[in-house]
Design a protein around this ligand. Structure first.
Ligand SMILES: *[C@@H]1O[C@H](CO)[C@@H](O)[C@H](O)[C@H]1NC(C)=O
Ligand SMILES: *[C@@H]1O[C@H](CO)[C@@H](O)[C@H](O)[C@H]1NC(C)=O
Length: 280
């Protein structure tokens, strides 16, 4: 697929703790002896890793997985070539993933040269060239300052999103996703989960033409959805259309299997059907 070769399918802006529970340690402060993590995707394996760091070598960590380690970070092999089929690209602001690469000794995949183009079914309405300034000029000619408005909006959201690293460094935990989003971006972030991407962009002064011709294809390529998707995830998808993206040599899923080993977690290949609370 040549169109959007430089976009990839999905951005992994938010690989991080996916611990549903409210706090780390029980109220009396004693560390737990056993912890179960459900799912060995990037969320589950990163959680196992952070839990090991937090509680040290004594605690037993069981990771339950009914399918493949890696979850949405999956590959398919065609003609002896492995292709990413899920989370295929990682954003340069994902500091955890960069840190995991270092700790696991994984290699960055060489990027394949590719150009972006938008085809409307009849003709190419936009084609990337070798000249950055020419591309910028053509975007401006066709869409005015919509491109810059959108870009600034995405940058601002990512800047707020980066606060997540500070919270984590200070051992901060949240009891709900709403609380986490609110701490990162105030009511603005929460509102973005409740309104559509197109609505938010129009309000920002981005033109309908830009939404139809550039934003809509990006949503389609990254998430297989249209611009009615919530603005927050839409912004994540737009960040996944920038050119500072990377991937892991051998498959992004190697990060998950590597983290499981690093965390010395027990992988239990079975499906979790119920969870119950025990009082003792
Ligand atoms: C989010 O929505 C609420 C309710 O509509 C509104 O009061 C608030 O000002 C909005 N926040 C931002 C940052 O737009
Ligand atoms: C966008 O996708 C949603 C959910 O799949 C669907 O309900 C809606 O009709 C679509 N809108 C357009 C304009 O295609």
């Amino acid at each position: 697929m040549l169109l959007y070769a430089s976009l990839g399918f999905l951005s992994l802006l938010c690989a991080g703790p996916a611990l549903g529970d409210s706090g780390f340690a029980p109220l009396d402060g004693a560390p737990p002896s056993k912890i179960a993590v459900i799912g060995a995707g990037i969320g589950g394996t990163a959680t196992a890793h952070f839990l090991r760091q937090h509680f040290g070598p004594e605690v037993r960590i069981d990771v339950f997985e009914k399918g493949e380690v890696g979850g949405r970070l999956a590959t398919v092999t065609v003609n002896n070539q492995a292709y990413e089929t899920g989370g295929s690209i990682i954003h340069s602001l994902n500091l955890h993933m960069q840190d995991f690469m270092k700790q696991l000794g994984l290699k960055y995949r060489k990027s394949v040269a590719g150009k972006m183009a938008v085809f409307n079914g009849k003709e190419f309405i936009l084609e990337e060239t070798d000249w950055y300034l020419l591309d910028l000029f053509r975007l401006w000619w066709r869409y005015g300052i919509s491109f810059i408005r959108m870009q600034m909006w995405v940058e601002e959201i990512m800047e707020k999103f980066m606060r997540i690293y500070k919270y984590q460094a200070h051992g901060y935990a949240f009891s709900s996703v709403d609380e986490l989003l609110n701490s990162l971006g105030g009511s603005g972030f929460l509102n973005m989960t409740r309104r559509s991407l197109s609505e938010s962009l129009l309000e920002l002064g981005v033109s309908q033409r830009f939404i139809d011709e550039v934003v809509a294809p990006i949503m389609w390529v990254n998430y297989g959805q249209n611009v009615s998707m919530p603005a927050f995830v839409g912004a994540v998808s737009l960040a996944g259309a920038q050119d500072n993206l990377w991937a892991v040599e051998g498959g992004n899923k190697l990060v998950c299997s590597g983290l499981l080993k690093l965390a010395k977690a027990n992988l239990i290949q079975s499906q979790v059907t119920t969870i119950s609370l025990q009082s003792s």
